[in-house]
Write a protein that binds this ligand. Structure first.
Ligand code: SME
Length: 163
């Protein structure tokens, strides 16, 4: 039976749609999405974003302990998922060659790439202190949430001018 304390991804998708409603700001929407995931999903120690900046992924809005600021493109779990353009679930980060340990207590991780104009522009990253925390249902649910995010944000905020 479903535990009413743990929201299903359908509920989370609805909540996310409400949070995004009428708002297209990248920072505001990714900040609220990180907060929603961190607050709603059990056994998640970190939830947040990295965005592509040249040859690096740079830390964006997140919830959890302070994290590594720059991750080299193609390296670590985030960099590998970004390079491949596919979600990556890692049941045991200690067994993942090149894993970048921002929090030494993290044991499992899931990364979902973000696309704009068919190019990877960043990743959503979730960590857990529990081994094998993230299942195919999490991958499917998080990918649906990321698709909603991609369609909800203005990916060229710097094109706007202040004058
Ligand atoms: N473990 C990640 C680094 C980011 S943190 O988990 C927040 C990686 O290997 O890419």
């Amino acid at each position: 039976m479903r535990n009413p304390e743990i929201p299903c991804y359908e509920d989370l998708l609805r909540s996310l749609g409400a949070l995004f409603s009428g708002e297209h700001d990248l920072v505001a929407n990714t900040a609220n999405m990180a907060a929603l995931l961190f607050q709603s999903l059990p056994q998640v120690s970190w939830a947040g974003f990295y965005f592509r900046r040249g040859r690096d992924l740079v830390l964006g809005p997140f919830q959890g302990p302070p994290a590594c600021i720059r991750l080299p493109w193609g390296e670590g779990v985030c960099g590998r998922a970004a390079l491949s353009g596919s979600s990556l679930r890692v049941a045991d980060v200690h067994a993942f060659p090149g894993h970048i340990a921002c929090d030494p207590l993290a044991r499992s991780e899931i990364v979902v790439p973000l696309f704009h104009d068919r190019r990877v522009v960043g990743v959503l990253d979730l960590d857990s202190y529990v081994p094998d925390r993230f299942q195919p249902s999490d991958e499917k649910g998080l990918e649906a949430m990321v698709r909603l995010l991609e369609s909800a944000v203005d990916w060229n905020p710097l094109a706007e001018t202040n004058c």
